[in-house]
Design a protein around this ligand. Structure first.
Ligand SMILES: NC(=O)c1ccc[n+]([C@@H]2O[C@H](COP(=O)([O-])OP(=O)(O)OC[C@H]3O[C@@H](n4cnc5c(N)ncnc54)[C@H](O)[C@@H]3O)[C@@H](O)[C@H]2O)c1
Length: 279
């Protein structure tokens, strides 16, 4: 995809970090934006930024892990612009911890935001892209955590691995059915300076209780400290939008913010191929 002028981009989780950065880059490419976030203040701030850049943006404040809200985002896009050219499934949350301690609500929350919202987005927006028949792109923002493993953040790893697989299988699924106008990509960032270490701020009401003793325990607290250190010492956000657009222009499926991310992924595959265990 090379022609972006006046095309329509939908971004979930656009009130902060990578989603906001991709939206700003899209504005520089002349695209019009439909921005979602659960955080009303955050998404309104991104809309203001786009308007200050001379661009056009509208917003939806909603929990995108609820499929009716994804449908409402689609309806808003159709009512306003009548078409969709790029979908960025970006919303994501992180909580660290081993599966045998993690509260059930976090198993659900992480899966719903990091995986199901992306699947719902594809299910609801791709048919319109097929019907249009014009150049279109879908980008799932997964993570390096989706192609490598670590002893921490097990549900985060699992949700991101599934998101990578969702994008890969959709890429092949479209190709095998002769649908050529839709590019699919997966963005696998390593650490980037965003607000992801403060995901608890974006808990929907149904998962907002922090009364489980897990949240006072060592695993949760050390996860917060580790996450804060990793994210705040990550690369600045500035280059991410450009990295994404260059990959879309070149139709490169796998997008990395850190080229060295591929090394642990390669080591993991090599263990599988050589019949070794994951350690
Ligand atoms: N920052 C990193 O180091 C890093 C690394 C790998 C992957 N990622 C991925 O990048 C994506 C963007 O995260 P970020 O780093 O910009 O973090 P961020 O916290 O700055 O942005 C995430 C946005 O998603 C929104 N969000 C959360 N739950 C939502 C919901 N239910 N509905 C709608 N919006 C919701 C948040 O309000 C926030 O604005 C995520 O999928 C994350 O997993 C980030």
């Amino acid at each position: 995809m090379k022609d972006f002028k006046n095309k329509i981009m939908v971004v979930t989780g656009a009130g902060s970090g990578i989603g906001a950065a991709i939206a700003r880059e899209a504005c520089l490419h002349g695209m019009k934006l439909v921005l979602n976030d659960i955080d009303n203040e955050g998404v309104k701030k991104t809309v203001e930024e786009i308007k200050n850049m001379g661009g056009t943006a509208i917003s939806q404040t909603a929990d995108i892990s609820i499929k009716e809200n994804v449908q409402a985002l689609y309806d808003l896009t159709m009512d306003t612009y009548g078409r969709v050219d790029m979908l960025v499934n970006n919303a994501g949350v992180a909580v660290s911890g081993p599966i045998w301690e993690l509260p059930f609500q976090d198993i659900d929350w992480i899966t719903e935001v990091n995986l199901l919202s992306h699947a719902y987005g594809m299910r609801i927006f791709i048919p319109k892209m097929i019907e249009q028949g014009t150049e279109a792109a879908v980008i799932n923002v997964a993570s390096t955590a989706g192609i490598m493993i670590s002893p921490n953040g097990v549900m985060y790893h699992a949700s991101k691995a599934a998101d990578v697989s969702l994008a890969e299988s959709t890429y092949l699924g479209l190709k095998s059915r002769g649908i050529k106008n839709i590019q699919v990509h997966v963005l696998c960032p390593a650490f980037v300076q965003t607000g992801i270490h403060e995901s608890d701020k974006h808990r929907p009401e149904r998962y907002s209780s922090m009364s489980d003793s897990y949240y006072q325990g060592q695993e949760y607290l050390s996860g917060l400290i580790r996450g804060t250190r990793q994210v705040t010492t990550g690369i600045p956000i500035d280059s991410v939008g450009m990295i994404v657009f260059t990959a879309v222009e070149d139709n490169k499926f796998y997008i990395f913010t850190h080229p060295e991310s591929i090394i642990p992924a390669g080591q993991r595959l090599s263990k599988m191929v050589n019949g070794k265990n994951p350690d």
